[in-house]
Write a protein that binds this ligand. Structure first.
Ligand code: PLP
Length: 443
């Protein structure tokens, strides 16, 4: 028995021994096409020469210096590069070690901003159902996934949750997509008026929802309306791009495509591309300035923040995305993937929706397409798809979400940006066989 405490106590895991391009290899030399980038992490594949060289160089020179004693050139350069690319005035980067840490820091920074402005009565967050912001207690509190929250509910601070923007399920017959987007965005205003806008710190949302709803994009105009409402009531907007950011949807920051500016954005996964654990939070001038001109101290921090080796790895990731034109591959390869998914699954009786943006796409599974009824959660479709895929040498990311209290299923695809057309063929062939096998077994 393994002495590692794996999260699934009774599911034996293969041992990963090597990575090369879009493939991982196990102890028997079997290859797995990484169609999900792990969990939307490995944007450069598993053997990027430039990132490996940068890590070696940095670790030989300076592995780590605690951030309360020193800054480093790599941290300063990475921050400069990220802020130069970020929309609006997100000019201040706080480096952390992962997505949940980034979200925790964002929530605390937003709260401290209002405390320092003399508005300590602001103590609430509003977020959306069917969202995931991390597994630490603060991030879990704003997350809207009922199943993940349930056992820990008594430990979570209260957050309000409104509907996600989920046109496939919630747009009414005859309603335009734009009107639908305005209607669900207006739920934020109604919620603010119910709880008292002067008590609210921020609205938290993923621009493209990842783990809990499967590459769910908002309709045109939704986020513009959200921004207007936040501005009207003096509430901050925190966008969580831990999964959808760093080029995954075609632009470095996912919210660039929504035509809005945000007060805080969180990024992680693709920022380190899996070579090092990293997260970051970017904050706007007015937030930073309030604290800099107030207490002068953000009351937060972690031992490994702005870790020098991690910074060097991420800088090399950014170099690869920009200088090797890897980011420029995302939209064309995303279109190529979408075309293949539509060809193979467009008429599939158990695929209700095919959606996404860039190389962040998903299939939503349904019992039948007309009623959109999800599969029974007891079918454990997600774990069965995962293991059927793995036996075919395919890593995809099936998830059980929450649909109106029922858990529905989707399969998230987030392959490395370096994926080639022939590998997209392999991906769709293996995925088709996997879905066929598992849905056939479900009846
Ligand atoms: N936020 C979002 C949108 C995520 O998808 C995730 C992880 O999947 C997190 C936060 C938490 O990140 P981590 O697992 O690195 O703590």
């Amino acid at each position: 028995m393994s002495q590692v405490f794996h999260r699934h106590c009774h599911t034996p895991l293969r041992t990963a021994v090597r990575g090369d391009g879009v493939y991982l290899y196990d102890q028997d030399g079997k290859a797995y096409l990484d169609a999900s980038g792990g969990a939307a992490v490995s944007c450069l594949g598993h053997s990027h020469a430039g990132v490996r060289a940068a890590l070696h160089k940095q670790i030989d020179q300076l592995a780590y210096a605690h951030s309360s004693f020193f800054t480093t050139e790599v941290a300063e350069t990475l921050a400069t590069r990220l802020t130069a690319r970020a929309p609006g005035d997100l000019n201040h980067v706080y480096f952390l070690s992962g997505g949940s840490e980034a979200v925790e820091a964002a929530l605390k920074l937003a709260r401290q901003y209002f405390v320092e402005r003399g508005e300590p009565q602001r103590s609430r967050f509003i977020a959306r159902r069917q969202s995931y912001h991390g597994n630490t207690l603060g991030a879990l509190a704003v997350g809207g996934n009922a199943w993940r929250r349930a056992p820990f509910a008594p430990l979570l601070t209260h957050a309000e949750h409104i509907a996600p923007c989920y046109a496939y399920r919630d747009c009414k017959p005859g309603e335009s997509l734009f009107d639908y987007g305005q209607r669900v965005a207006n739920e934020l205003e109604q919620c603010l008026l119910t709880v008292g806008p002067e008590t609210v710190i921020a609205f938290v949302a993923e621009p493209v929802v990842g783990a809990t709803a499967g590459a769910l994009t908002a309709v045109e105009g939704y986020f513009k309306r959200i921004r207007e409402i936040c501005d009207r009531y003096g509430v901050l907007l925190i966008l969580d791009e831990v999964m959808c950011g760093m080029g995954r949807t075609g632009t470095l920051f996912a919210h660039e495509q929504e035509g809005i500016h945000t007060d805080i954005v969180t990024i992680a996964k693709g920022l380190g591309a899996g070579y090092q654990p990293i997260g970051a939070m970017l904050a706007s001038d007015r937030i930073y300035d309030t604290i800099a001109n107030g207490s002068g101290f953000f009351q937060h921090g972690h031992t490994y923040m702005a870790h020098a080796t991690t910074m060097a790895g991420s800088l090399a990731v950014l170099d690869a995305l920009e200088q090797e034109q890897i980011l420029a591959r995302v939209n064309p390869m995303g279109e190529a993937l979408m075309t293949r998914l539509r060809e193979r699954f467009g008429e599939h009786p158990h695929i209700g929706d095919i959606r996404g943006r860039g190389l962040f796409q998903a299939l939503e599974l349904v019992h039948d397409r007309d009623s959109k009824r999800p599969f029974d959660p007891r079918s454990k479709l997600d774990s069965r798809i995962k293991s059927a895929g793995m036996s075919r040498g395919l890593m995809c990311y099936p998830m059980a979400g929450t649909i109106d209290g029922h858990r529905g299923h989707h399969i998230l695809l987030a392959p490395p940006f370096i994926i080639e057309e022939s590998q997209l063929d392999e991906l769709t062939d293996k995925l088709y066989d996997t879905v066929q096998q598992v849905t056939a077994e479900a009846f």
